[in-house]
Ligand binder design. Structure first.
Ligand code: SF4
Length: 380
């Protein structure tokens, strides 16, 4: 695909396990487990399922000492998979997690003062770990929240009715950055997520202009699958179209492993739609019209191919065209293309005709066989 995107924003390079985040390195797709981390079996199963679906960094909550104690075994059984410990408030859990993960997500501003921040930084240095500062509405420091319109009702800090402005998220993120920088710590990645898409987009824009640390993009609390896919595609996509963003996570409100895998697929699909990464089987199908050859069901074939090849992560571009009018042209741009041609179909590989007179009833199974072989060749 011709690259029509603006120059990607230049960011510092920060290592997370085997990956470099930032600079000109690929935009990595992350997800987060929904299991109780202390349940080692369930957590390991989900981490491995995410990894097999192409997820490149897996975050897991470390919310209790029991969860922290599970990490050595999880690390052992998930060797080679970049893991992130997600920690709130309790800096001791970060100290315990550090030997077994590749990154720590923690907000220095809410772990009880500079002594605790210093301890986390020393531990991160000991293991060469980066820290992600993950700001969202709920993590705003009290004074910043009050400055940007929050009020106290029955001793509870209540956000302004119109919501916080993007400046609040950015100010909080930069304050957390300053705390780390004051200890000469620079392996920093930042996120300023919100469930409000325009707010999140503005916050990342402002943050991007204010510092050059790599940015982790996401729309938080984006809802269940359909809602999240739309919100994430708009929010993350808008930023990527401006060259902003170095890693991303699509958040779907769901516990099941298949839904978690959907986070990964959507993340890659967003990148794929912008020509930034390739992932899995991408089916280009014509919208069909009165010209569609009788007996050839473009929609059903495309859908079945999508469903039955969803497990493939190697990039394969497939086209399904309902008649000969635009068929060969589309097929020439695909790895594998099928074109209805009268009463039978023709199949192309990388623009070359490889099969003729394929009965319509055999098209789906033939295409799936060819796609699987193509993907296996790509994996080498
Ligand atoms: S490829 Fe043929 S059937 Fe499909 S939309 Fe175009 S003209 Fe119609």
């Amino acid at each position: 695909m011709r690259n029509l995107l603006p120059q990607r924003r230049k960011t510092r390079e920060v290592a997370v396990g085997p990956w470099i985040i930032g600079g000109e390195h690929p935009i990595r797709v992350q997800s987060m487990t929904s299991t109780d981390t202390a349940d080692i079996e369930a957590t390991v199963d989900q981490i491995q399922a995410l990894w097999n679906a192409g997820c490149e960094i897996v975050r897991l909550t470390v919310d209790t000492p029991k969860a922290a104690r599970a990490l050595p075994e999880i690390r052992k059984r998930c060797a080679g998979i970049p893991l992130v410990a997600d920690i709130h408030y309790n800096h001791r859990l970060a100290l315990e997690s550090a030997p077994y993960v590749d990154k720590i997500r923690i907000n220095p501003g809410n772990i009880g003062g500079m002594e605790n921040v210093r301890a986390v930084v020393e531990r991160a240095n000991e293991f060469g770990l980066p820290i992600r500062i993950g700001v969202n509405n709920g993590s705003l420091e009290r004074d910043i929240a009050l400055k940007y319109g929050a009020h106290v009702r029955d001793h509870i800090l209540t956000p302004p009715e119109e919501g916080y402005p993007p400046e609040a998220l950015v100010e909080s993120a930069l304050r957390n950055v300053e705390m780390l920088e004051s200890l000469h710590f620079y392996r920093i990645i930042i996120s300023v997520k919100s469930s409000n898409v325009p707010l999140m987009v503005q916050a990342y824009r402002q943050l991007s202009a204010a510092c050059d640390y790599p940015l982790h993009l996401g729309v938080t609390e984006a809802g269940t699958k359909d809602s999240s896919n739309i919100k994430s595609s708009i929010g993350i996509g808008a930023l990527l179209l401006e060259g902003i963003g170095d890693t991303l996570r699509v958040s779907i409100a769901a516990r099941s492993t298949p839904d978690k895998i959907e986070e990964v697929r959507t993340g890659f699909r967003i990148l794929q739609a912008l020509g930034l990464r390739s992932y899995g089987v991408e089916v280009v199908a014509c919208p069909t019209c009165g010209r569609e050859d009788q007996g050839f069901d473009t929609t059903r074939i495309a859908r079945e191919i999508e469903q039955r090849t969803a497990h493939i992560t190697a990039p394969v571009k497939v086209s399904v065209m309902g008649c000969y009018v635009n068929g060969p042209g589309e097929a020439a741009e695909a790895d594998l293309g099928v074109v209805a041609s009268g009463k039978t179909a023709r199949i192309y590989r990388e623009g070359r005709l490889i099969l003729e007179q394929v009965p319509f009833g055999e098209v789906t199974s033939k295409m799936i066989e060819l796609i699987e072989n193509f993907a296996a060749e790509k994996r080498g």
